[in-house]
Design a binder for this molecule. Structure first.
Ligand code: UDX
Length: 447
């Protein structure tokens, strides 16, 4: 009989995982404690912008015309426990307020709600990003609180999806990593992921701590690459070099690789910043903090980029205060193809300039609602052209394709000055210069 799968937590990760499991042919029941979210999902609506996710969802949500009906949603843990052979826990683990450590309260609440209902054999699979050691603790919790005792097993299966590519990353993952304690758990997870494995995704089997660490170390490595290239940008800036060329040239070395070497205002979002901080906090608890002191530097290089962008803008405008200056900001989200503004470097830069008296107008293709909610005092425009109208300077802070395709000539006609700072090293300098703009980017020569 086909496996029945439940997905606990229907945020970014959970909604995508649930839809992907249905796509792979399983019967799926998704749970969230937020009623409104469940109501939306039942109507086939996705609470965030993610390319392809709504279509995938609508293909499977029960009650939607033409759907397979394999995907349903509930708010009831008893129903989840009765339905599933495998329960994926996909709740979020944000940074604790005012601390580096990770907030485990949603994970703990999910286990506390599920465990008492587990009366028969079940595999609970953690997918949330957690501090190493959490799986051991949660396995002990299950053993103590699930009526099924040892028949309610735990496995850990970290998720590596990127926003903007979530559907593809879930259906065709780079790798599948499972931390297991029994052959039975491994066998069940091999069954779940049979299709992507057949299509070539490597399947790595390991223990709990390694599985947990794969996720945090992968994110730390990615963050390190970005801060490394941003540090090189600073040196290029001082020495008159060109960081974009440098990245291209070192990237030709296969051992280094070309990806994740784009210098600019740095990384943000709901994962990299909080994951490296939680990793440092956890290493401290384990007495291994010396091993991760470099991450403190990675974090501070990253945060410094935002301030440097503000300074670059100030200098480009001739120095002095921003008071009375009109600043157009292109981009609000932490990356393109997402409406996520969590820890967005773009909004941080916009906010700093606003606080220093600049008259900031922001435009973003998908992030306007979220940006308005988070920074209600900034100015907003309905298009790039409107944002640029009358501006003394244009800051390109999130590399949406729409911005690369802008016509610098047309923008030049409405701007007050033709001055553009590319905070993502993603525009074509020649195109802008030909249209009469002064183009500046971090770590690149002025002319
Ligand atoms: C990340 C990891 O990539 C993913 O594997 C993990 O599951 C979750 O965290 P995500 O947060 O979606 O994914 O974004 P990612 O594509 O990694 O970008 C993170 C940030 O780094 C963005 O703000 C992006 O603009 C920035 N970045 C990325 C750079 O500044 N330079 C680069 O070269 C690449």
């Amino acid at each position: 009989m086909a496996l029945k799968i439940t997905v606990i937590g229907t945020g970014y990760l959970g909604a995508t995982h649930a839809a992907a499991m249905a796509e792979l042919g399983f019967e799926v029941l998704g749970l969230d404690v937020v009623e409104e979210k469940i109501d939306m999902l039942r109507r086939g609506e996705v609470p965030m912008y993610e390319p392809g996710l709504e279509e995938l969802l609508r293909r499977h949500v029960a009650g939607i015309e033409g759907s397979t009906g394999r995907l349903r949603f509930t708010t009831d843990y008893a129903e989840v426990a009765a339905f599933g052979d495998i329960h994926f826990v996909c709740v979020n683990t944000p940074q604790r307020h005012g601390e580096y450590a990770c907030d485990m309260s949603y994970v703990d609440a999910a286990f506390a709600s599920l465990a008492p209902h587990l009366t028969g054999a079940a595999l609970v699979v953690g997918k949330s990003t957690v501090p190493v050691g959490s799986a051991d603790r949660l396995a002990a919790y299950l053993a103590e609180h699930a009526p099924a005792g040892a028949d309610a097993e735990l496995a850990w299966n970290p998720e590596f999806l990127r926003e903007g590519f979530a559907v593809n990353d879930t259906l065709r993952p780079d790798r599948i990593v499972v931390g297991v304690r029994s052959e039975k758990a491994e066998k069940l997870l091999r069954e779940v992921y049979a299709t992507p494995v057949e299509e070539g995704s490597p399947f790595v089997v390991t223990d709990f701590p390694t599985a947990e660490l794969v996720k945090t170390s992968a994110n730390s490595f990615l963050a390190t690459k970005i801060s490394f290239i941003n540090a090189m940008a600073e040196v290029c800036e001082a020495a008159g070099g060109d960081v974009a060329k440098l990245a291209e040239a070192i990237g030709h070395d296969d051992r280094i690789g070309r990806k994740f070497l784009r210098a600019g205002i740095g990384f943000g979002g709901g994962c990299l910043p909080k994951d490296i901080r939680a990793f440092m906090a956890r290493a401290g608890e384990l007495g291994a903090d010396q091993a991760l002191t470099f991450l403190r530097e990675i974090d501070s290089i990253n945060m410094r980029q935002r301030g440097q962008m503000v300074e670059l803008a100030r200098q480009a405008l001739g120095g002095g205060p921003f008071l009375g200056r009109r600043v157009a900001v292109l981009g609000a989200t932490f990356k393109p193809d997402s409406d996520d503004v969590r820890d967005s470097p773009a909004l941080n830069v916009a906010g700093q300039i606003h606080l220093q008296g600049g008259q900031v107008t922001v435009y973003d293709p998908k992030g306007m609602d979220n940006a308005r909610r988070l920074f209600p005092t900034l100015g907003y425009a309905e298009s790039a052209l409107e944002a640029v109208r009358g501006a003394d300077i244009v800051l390109h802070l999130t590399e949406w394709r729409e911005f690369r395709e802008l016509d610098p000539q047309a923008l030049g006609e409405v701007a007050s000055r033709r001055l553009v700072l590319d905070g993502r090293n993603a525009l074509d300098p020649e195109l802008w210069r030909r249209a009469g703009w002064t183009y500046r980017a971090m770590g690149r020569p002025t002319a």
